[in-house]
Design a protein around this ligand. Structure first.
Ligand SMILES: [Zn+2]
Length: 383
């Protein structure tokens, strides 16, 4: 095996063979072992690094902080320590197009810049489309230009000149101005909040100030623009159930979208009935599933309404209200054998069959050809 150390100027790998039981040759065995091992994991044989490689390094460090015994809040410091082991000229070269050309950077400033740039990229790398745009607009940003930087709405790709004046919202940020269809911008902000992210300008990743968000609301009110409600673009029931299933999984309940799909509309309505029944002492439970239980219910909207409110409940009910998430799962278990068979062990466990008849009479369910122990558990535990 070859030594993992790299040349301090060219960053090329050392060509010598390693010492016994070591990743380094006899000249390099005193080197920063951790740094070069990480470089090997992230870069492999590559020595001509680009910004993407640096981003991968940042990602690696951030996602493996615990194994490196660095606390999360220190990951930036560790990342900078690693950068110090990469030739400075190489870093300067790959950062060139991102930097303000008139400024001279001292080493430390470049390290901090790279850390910030990559941490911001990392935090939004889920938004792939936006991520690509970021590189494009970073360049314009540095030109400090007061005219509108974009010509199309980012979200709809509609030309700004086609957007009616009363819907065109100008967002200013770092002396630059960006045009948006206010409906889309407002929707994006709501989505950020829903996903527990701080709303940001998608072009620059700068936080959108509270004042600006208030102003967007006023702007819409003044122009009599209706905001778009957060909604899911479901076409099939399966898509809706998949989103609900993911949310259950997130809150710690093993499940599968197929289990929902197998349930009849009657079972879904029954689930809601149980949920309401179990949760009467929590006033907050009244905020959920009201559309589904309304009189004008039709088979078509039951699934989507059930999933929309289920997702909202799973997202909103934290701490003391986590019991509502449990109640929803328990209700499903009463109406579906798949859910019943997969109740988390911490939720079941008590098995007292002697109360069986009483419990079913409480529910008015005499059809019970499938005596359900879980139901018993619930009543033993909570009545
Ligand atoms: Zn070596």
């Amino acid at each position: 095996m070859k030594c993992l150390c790299r040349n301090k100027t060219t960053f090329k790998l050392c060509k010598k063979n390693v010492k016994k039981n070591n990743n380094f040759c006899r000249y390099h065995h005193n080197n920063n072992y951790l740094a070069y091992t990480i470089f090997n994991n992230v870069f492999g044989n590559k020595h001509n690094l680009n910004m993407n490689d640096i981003f991968n390094l940042y990602k690696y460090v951030t996602e493996n902080v615990s194994i490196n015994e660095y606390k999360e809040e220190n990951s930036g410091i560790f990342f900078i320590e690693l950068l110090e082991n990469i030739p400075y000229k190489l870093l300067l070269l790959l950062s060139k197009r991102y930097l303000n050309q008139t400024n001279k950077y001292v080493k430390k400033e470049l390290y901090i810049f790279l850390n910030e740039l990559n941490s911001k990229s990392y935090n939004i790398c889920k938004f792939d489309k936006i991520n690509i745009l970021q590189h494009k607009f970073k360049y314009y940003l540095l030109n400090k230009n007061n005219k509108l930087i974009n010509t199309e709405d980012l979200f709809t790709c509609e030309s700004l000149s086609d957007i009616p004046k009363n819907r065109l919202f100008i967002l200013k940020d770092n002396n630059c101005a960006y045009g948006f269809d206010v409906i889309e911008l407002d929707y994006f902000i709501k989505k950020c909040v829903d996903e527990k992210k701080i709303p940001y300008n998608p072009y620059t990743r700068e936080k959108i100030k509270e004042d600006t968000i208030l102003y967007i609301g006023k702007f819409m009110e003044y122009n009599k623009i209706e905001s778009r409600e957060l909604q899911y673009n479901w076409i099939t029931n399966m898509q809706a159930y998949t989103d609900l299933s993911i949310e259950f999984e997130r809150r710690g309940f093993y499940n599968s979208p197929e289990w929902f799909e197998k349930m009849s509309i009657e079972s879904i309505l029954k689930t809601i009935k149980y949920f309401k029944d179990f949760s009467t002492e929590f006033e907050e439970s009244n905020q959920y599933f009201n559309n589904v239980t309304a009189n004008n219910v039709t088979a078509n909207n039951v699934t989507f309404d059930f999933c929309t409110d289920g997702i909202r409940l799973l997202k909103e009910c934290n701490d003391d209200l986590y019991i509502l998430c449990c109640n929803l799962f328990k209700s499903l278990a009463l109406c579906s054998n798949d859910f019943y068979d997969n109740i988390p062990t911490w939720m079941s466990g008590i098995n007292t069959t002697s109360l069986l008849s009483n419990v079913f009479s409480i529910f008015g369910d005499t059809s019970g050809n499938n005596p359900n122990n879980f139901l018993l558990y619930y009543y033993v535990e909570y009545m």
